[in-house]
Write a protein that binds this ligand. Structure first.
Ligand code: AQP
Length: 337
């Protein structure tokens, strides 16, 4: 009998606790994570340290960080199987990020397009944390020796930087880090704002009507979809250039029902926008309602949630410490006696 243990590939992913989670996060992240968790060893974190690169109200950040963990579980992440944790509970993230900062070229960090975008969006607070955000992200990934990182297209450049840092360090010293690959899921629906459908649906959008939150009540969901911006004309055809509003509603319907764009078009084209919006509203409410109920149930049990956070942080720290220890040794830090 072959008793050799075949180890699973490692995945790390996370979401910033900079707002409440939306159906965009479900479609682009959690829905895929649920499918990956059986085949990979998964670490799913709540990126609270990344969140403070933009100003946060402390009490809100605290509440949301726990909410995000509860929402991961409510969306179907198996907490016995995958490791769920809050980034700041594992100090090794900040420790490795410092070391990696010293191996990152200034020009290299300056080229990151997300830094350019975010510094325009938050021109009143362009801080050094925002600049070195991708280096902290590299630390997040490299600490767990992740093989794959599920990301949207907009994060691919950060994975490229992570790969460069890993290869640079491995080459200067000796093999230390796994070199990760981006994992762009086939089913990676990008959900756009309900009010400005050329913009991504973002949890920090000040216009609450642009987002469907995973905790929204059915009536709120239906009302937001009813008020969603559509395009001129009546065709229900998937065309993100010419018909971004209706295409976004089609994506939502796809996420909620699993039907293809062609099937959706065949079913609704020629019937006008109103019945389609109604069907989307029904389907999305039906998708979110059990998630919201599970979330409320998990959230109402603070002791269980604390125990979950503790065991997640302990498990994450064991792996993170192993990697950091090697790194500290290689760069020449003295081990504490
Ligand atoms: N609208 C979306 N459609 C599909 N996927 C999305 N993701 C986020 N929004 C959508 C996926 O969620 C993960 C990362 O989320 P994040 O919150 O850490 O970063 P973000 O992409 O910057 O999300 P927001 O809501 O836009 O954050 P804020 O408003 O705080 O800047 C990724 O897997 C991403 O693809």
């Amino acid at each position: 009998m072959n008793t050799e243990k075949i180890s699973k590939k490692i995945i790390l992913s996370g979401i910033q606790a900079s707002g409440d989670l939306t159906i965009g996060h479900y479609a682009g992240a959690m829905k895929n994570w649920v499918q990956l968790q059986d085949d990979y060893e998964c670490y799913f974190m709540v990126a609270d340290m990344h969140a403070i690169t933009t100003r946060q109200v402390p009490a809100d950040l605290r509440r949301r960080s726990v909410d995000v963990v509860a929402m991961y579980a409510a969306c179907g992440i198996n907490t016995d199987q995958s490791t769920l944790f809050i980034q700041s509970h594992v100090p090794e993230h900040a420790q490795l990020a410092w070391v990696l900062n010293c191996f990152t070229g200034f020009g290299e960090a300056q080229r990151m397009t997300q830094f350019k975008d975010k510094s325009q969006q938050h021109s009143e607070n362009v801080n050094v944390g925002l600049f070195s955000y991708p280096v902290l992200m590299a630390a997040d990934i490299l600490l767990y020796q992740a093989d794959l990182v599920p990301v949207g297209e907009d994060q691919k450049q950060h994975i490229e930087l992570t790969r460069n840092l890993a290869e640079r360090f491995n080459h200067l010293y000796s093999p230390t880090f796994a070199v990760p690959d981006p994992f762009i899921p086939k089913e990676g629906a990008r959900i756009m704002s309900l009010q400005e459908p050329r913009k991504k649906m973002s949890k920090s959008d000040p216009n609450q009507n642009s987002c469907i939150f995973l905790h929204d009540a059915d009536a709120v969901i239906k009302n937001k979809i009813k008020r969603a911006v559509t395009d001129s004309g009546t065709d229900i055809i998937y065309d993100t250039e010419q018909r971004p509003g209706i295409s976004n509603l089609m994506s939502l319907y796809h996420v909620a029902t699993g039907k293809s764009m062609q099937e959706i078009s065949d079913e609704f084209n020629g019937r006008g926008y109103a019945p389609f919006k109604e069907a989307v509203a029904e389907a999305v409410a039906e998708l979110i309602s059990p998630i919201r109920n599970r979330f409320e149930e998990i959230r109402s049990n603070p002791d269980e949630l604390s125990a979950l956070l503790k065991s997640g942080a302990d498990k994450a720290r064991r792996q993170a410490f192993k990697t950091l220890r090697k790194v500290y040794k290689k760069v020449g830090f003295v081990e504490p006696s």
